[in-house]
Design a protein around this ligand. Structure first.
Ligand SMILES: [Zn+2]
Ligand SMILES: [Zn+2]
Length: 240
């Protein structure tokens, strides 16, 4: 299957990533990616960019060197209420938002409730790396509510790498795939690239998709109509 999109990509503006926006675009172009997302860590992550950086992304052209650039953010979910570290007025200027739990930015115990509340934020397009065993949740409940609220579940390729700081993602991701399948929840594979050469590297997730025969019709990356519905037309904002 051809991957059309990678929305989980960082630039040097995240503070612990190593490629510029133009380096990322060049790599995406050489690998025939149609859509490249810019999803730097939101301001509460140590070393990341100020809110002005996100507010000003609108000045970038929407197509750069032939690649469609979507302007986004990887938000920090900061508590069990599902609160995040950019205001609605900032989020309203962006094309999409991933929301994730990161250790330096999160205080809370009930992770399932945290994710359910995050799904209620109409600006949160995608829940990021929920397969992280450091923050275990009830996948069935989260996937069911994600389906109901048109929130995408990310399958994060970086979580499966041997040096990942996340815990037991290789054990949790098959369970997450099963919950998505049972609840007809749409998923978006993300590289979580912190260096340009990793953009659209979905190899580890795709091995699991094959191994567990996960339905490809639930994978947004492969389907232009699903990309239009969930990302470009912001299906969540239009939910009645
Ligand atoms: Zn990062
Ligand atoms: Zn993250």
């Amino acid at each position: 299957m051809k991957n059309l999109i990678d929305l989980h990509v960082h630039t040097i503006s995240s503070g612990h990533a190593y490629s510029t926006l133009l380096e990322n675009i060049a790599f995406a172009k050489n690998n025939n990616l149609k859509y490249l997302g810019i999803s730097d860590h939101a301001p509460m992550m140590p070393g990341s960019a100020h809110v002005f950086y996100f507010n000003n992304l609108a000045i970038l052209p929407s197509i750069i060197d032939g690649v469609d650039c979507l302007k986004g953010v990887e938000l920090n979910i900061i508590n069990e209420n599902g609160d995040v570290d950019l205001s609605e007025s900032s989020l309203n200027r962006l094309d999409y938002a991933i929301a994730s739990i990161h250790t330096p930015c999160f205080e809370g115990k009930d992770i399932t409730t945290t994710y359910l509340n995050a799904c209620n934020n109409k600006y949160i397009t995608i829940l990021g790396h929920i397969e992280n065993g450091k923050y275990p949740c009830d996948f069935d409940k989260v996937c069911a509510y994600a389906s109901k609220t048109n929130t995408l579940i990310e399958l994060n390729n970086s979580s499966l790498k041997p040096h990942s700081s996340r815990v037991d993602a290789n054990i949790h991701m098959p369970k997450l795939l099963n919950a998505c399948k049972n609840n007809h929840t749409y998923v978006l594979i993300g590289s979580d690239a912190h260096f340009c050469n990793d953009i659209a590297n979905f190899s580890l997730v795709e091995q699991l998709i094959e191994e567990y025969a996960f339905p490809k019709e639930l994978v947004v990356n492969y389907d232009m109509e699903l990309i239009e519905k969930f990302i470009l037309k912001k299906a969540k904002l239009n939910l009645k």
